[in-house]
Design a protein around this ligand. Structure first.
Ligand code: GTP
Length: 187
């Protein structure tokens, strides 16, 4: 690859919202992606957490993308504080827990809550988290169910991941970033 001149560098900032039921692993996914760490203890998010991450895309080495990651409190009693945080969102990660079927069933409600604010044209990815636990025999959602829900909610892809074991986390955020770039810059 040739040297990239400073002039040809283009910078973008995109807001991504990570949503899903309480305890599915939203904070853990963001923490794994941004700081490559994991915490076993559960500290419930109150309102929202905000992190940033610079993304390097092999396909577009002259594009500097900074993601603003909003990880929103998933517990029901925080539903009244969430809508303003969706405003300006360029992409969504819908997350459920592969070992808790109710969190999978609630994804349709999450979609409705988000789209009330940002409309239905933004790229999204559906993620079944805690694959490490699912593989130990605790799986409550099959891969084909995930794929069907992905089609139903019009997400660009479905991935099974583990924030704990660092499975698929980085590639999910990169894939979404690429989709956002394509959506907004018409690449
Ligand atoms: P809220 O803040 O309530 O919305 O929850 P959250 O979706 O942000 O979940 P959080 O990341 O706080 O994780 C909840 C619990 O699940 C914590 O105890 C995490 O350690 C655990 N956890 C998260 N991801 C994984 C994973 O991939 N595998 C396993 N085994 N545990 C996980």
């Amino acid at each position: 690859m040739g040297k990239i001149s400073e002039k040809s560098i283009r910078s973008f900032i995109y807001k991504v919202c990570v949503v899903g039921d309480g305890g599915v692993g939203k904070t853990s996914m963001v923490l794994r992606y941004c700081e490559n760490t994991f915490k076993d203890n559960y500290i419930m998010t109150i309102g929202s957490n905000f992190s940033t991450k610079q993304v390097e895309l092999e396909e577009y080495p002259n594009y500097l993308v900074k993601l603003q990651l909003w990880d929103l409190a998933g517990q029901k009693h925080f539903s009244f504080v969430r809508p303003p945080f969706y405003r300006g969102g360029s992409g969504i990660i819908y997350t459920f827990d592969l070992t808790r079927r109710s969190s999978f069933q609630n994804i349709l409600e999450w979609k409705e809550e988000v789209e009330k604010v940002i409309g239905n044209g933004k790229p999204s990815i559906l993620v079944g988290n805690k694959i490490d636990l699912a593989e130990k025999g605790n799986r409550e959602v099959g891969e084909t169910d995930g794929e069907s829900l992905k089609d139903e909610i019009n997400a660009i892809s479905y991935h099974e991941a583990s924030a704990r074991e660092n499975i698929n986390v980085e590639s999910i955020f990169e894939e979404l970033t690429l989709a956002i770039l394509k959506n907004t810059q018409k690449l």
